[in-house]
Design a protein around this ligand. Structure first.
Ligand SMILES: Cc1ncc(COP(=O)(O)O)c(C=O)c1O
Length: 433
């Protein structure tokens, strides 16, 4: 009877009792719902890929990438966007179809480009003329044709934290639309023997809720397409409109369906192409957070509970900034529950602190909770995106394990790091032995 009571009050995620997960796998623990990931992919398939002809979707793997995630994305029929040799290496090891890979990055190294060309990735999104020169050398050497897009910065400012804005004029990403830089690179690419210029890419930023920024960017891009057609007889075949679609983290976030953005993008593109007498290019989207963000929760064990009279109560957990740097980095906000007291009234307010030696290592300010005791399990919600993938070993904390959950079953997909892993690559020079 007592056990049944207990189970009923525990927080469940994808049919799993999170308190039992914490017991079985330890904490901190990233828990990821397979069903939620698949649901999001299927919404993209139904509301975008099947609804609009000549479209593709790639998952922005920087949000969360493991071998198992590659398998799920492949099964759902989406492509994969990677931004480094390491992300590409992961995709290669998961046997992800290389023609469905889009390779990004604002400062790709020669080795990374070489690797991408050798593996035959589907698209390389070229960020700048330095990269274009390297890519030309490499394709000439390997005698391999590569399909490319140019990343442009459309000069559009979305509404989000400035650190996750990317499409504004003053940005390290892409080629500005002003000046003749873009004309120069298009000329060069179209004259190159092994480069096939498919079109252009923009990404406006992350955690965006308003379609207007996308509409403005489409206007800027279609003007560019028209200019290139008139001046260079170059016809754009493909437009990659990036990701950035916002999700729910806390009260005040108003997430939209994928169709809210993609219908607007498609409609504006058709209107502009019609009026400029340009054929409508194929359209690619590349959401990351929108696919994985709400599919993850992180479980922590509560340790010290410190009440500072008339100030606040600090509740410390066994992780923090190293497994989730977003609050410190972007002032990101999260909701959370005490997993083993999920049904109890939340009659007090506490601050959830990480265990790092940084005053700024606070996961959540002013969280409403029931009474808290050390040993309770905290579940922070919506941690699927940019948590595991941004994790560090600061303070030499081993990185948490990742568990994939589905309909009450769980599978370990990334093992917890051990202390030995933390010094595995250290070398003591002879003179210090
Ligand atoms: C080029 C590019 N595409 C897609 C994304 C995915 O963004 P989000 O996770 O907000 O959808 C990013 C994120 O930084 C990006 O830089």
């Amino acid at each position: 009877m007592e056990i049944a009571e207990k189970v009923r009050t525990n927080f469940e995620f994808a049919g799993c009792d999170t308190v039992e997960l914490a017991k079985e796998y330890g904490t901190p623990l990233y828990v990821v719902s397979e069903e939620k990931i698949r649901e999001q992919c299927r919404e993209i398939t139904q509301s975008f890929l099947k609804k609009h002809q000549n479209t593709k979707a790639t998952y922005a793997s920087k949000a969360f990438l493991t071998l198992a995630m590659c398998k799920i994305i492949e099964e759902e029929g989406l492509g994969l966007d990677v931004v480094s040799g390491g992300e590409l290496f992961t995709a290669v090891h998961a046997d992800f179809p290389m023609e469905k890979i889009v390779f990004h990055g604002n400062n790709k190294s020669y080795e990374e480009i070489y690797m991408a060309v050798s593996h035959g990735v589907g698209r390389i999104v070229v960020d700048n003329s330095h990269e274009l020169d390297m890519l030309e050398d490499i394709t000439n050497e390997l005698k391999r044709t590569v399909k490319i897009l140019f990343r442009v910065s459309p000069g559009v400012k979305g509404e989000t934290h400035e650190y996750i804005l990317t499409g504004q004029k003053d940005s390290k990403f892409g080629i500005p639309l002003e000046g003749d830089g873009i004309l120069q690179v298009v000329k060069k690419a179209t004259n190159s023997q092994f480069l096939k210029l498919m079109g252009f890419h923009f990404h406006l930023g992350s955690q965006l809720f308003d379609k207007n920024a996308y509409i403005l960017a489409i206007k800027a891009l279609t003007n560019l397409m028209k200019e290139l057609k008139d001046k260079l007889s170059y016809e754009t075949q493909e437009l990659n409109t990036g990701g950035g679609f916002g999700i729910y983290y806390t009260n005040g976030d108003k997430p939209k369906s994928i169709a809210y953005f993609t219908d607007a993008i498609m409609e504006e593109l058709k209107i502009q192409c019609n009026s400029l007498q340009h054929t409508v290019p194929s359209v690619v989207i590349e959401p990351g957070r929108w696919i994985i963000g709400n599919a993850g929760v992180t479980l922590y064990t509560i340790g010290a509970v410190k009440e500072i009279p008339n100030v606040r109560t600090y509740v410390s957990v066994d992780g923090g900034l190293p497994d989730n740097p977003r609050p410190a980095l972007y002032k990101a906000k999260y909701e959370a529950v005490i997993a083993n007291k999920n049904n109890q009234p939340r009659d007090r307010v506490v601050t959830i602190a990480g265990k790092c030696c940084e005053t700024g290592d606070i996961l959540i300010w002013d969280l409403e909770t029931p009474e808290i005791n050390s040993g309770d399990i905290l579940a922070v919600l919506s941690t699927g995106a940019y948590n595991y993938s941004m994790a560090s070993n600061y303070n030499k904390l081993p990185k948490p394990a990742v568990v994939l959950v589905n309909k009450g079953k769980s599978d370990l997909i990334v093992k917890r790091e051990k202390y030995e892993d933390l010094i595995r690559r250290d070398i003591i020079p002879k003179h210090l032995l």
